[in-house]
Design a protein around this ligand. Structure first.
Ligand SMILES: [Zn+2]
Ligand SMILES: [Zn+2]
Length: 147
């Protein structure tokens, strides 16, 4: 488990000033992978009661921009954040409840799908999202179809 000192080190590593909101946002995102902004806000407020909404939004934005956290936004869902960056992993999303799980990339480096025609673009990433039903939702569907 990274400590506050590790998070401070990560901020310094990308030449960002170490601030309490940034450290709190980094640890909240680390503790709750794929959490949305509202849950991160709640968690950060538990750690730092005086933090403003704006400071949390700004920290999320800054940390995403420098690549310390990653923002994922499957269509139809609100943005989620995670601290697992740099490994080009993908996500599986439940159509019913919106839960998200990590799926390791089979290739490991982006872009892991070769475009059949790149149209001259320099492509650096293929965004892959698997959609389906999570085990809980699949089970409750099977159950409700019996009744
Ligand atoms: Zn589900
Ligand atoms: Zn993930």
């Amino acid at each position: 488990m990274p400590t506050a000192a590790d998070f401070q080190q990560m901020l310094r590593g990308v030449s960002l000033r170490v601030t309490a909101p940034r450290v709190a946002v980094l640890s909240a995102v680390h503790d709750h992978p794929h959490a949305d902004t509202e849950s991160i806000l709640r968690d950060v407020r538990d750690r730092l009661s005086t933090v403003s909404h704006q400071a949390v939004y700004d920290s999320l934005h800054t940390l995403t921009a420098v690549g310390l956290i990653r923002c994922i936004q499957p269509s139809g869902l609100v943005a989620r954040y995670e601290s697992r960056v740099g490994d080009n992993h993908h996500h599986v999303v439940c159509r019913s409840c919106g839960s998200i799980a990590d799926v390791d990339c089979a290739v490991g480096e982006a872009p892991c799908l070769t475009a059949s025609d790149d149209h001259g673009y320099s492509i650096d990433e293929a965004e892959v999202i698997y959609w389906g039903l999570c085990p809980e939702c699949a089970a409750s569907r099977a159950h409700s179809s019996l009744t």
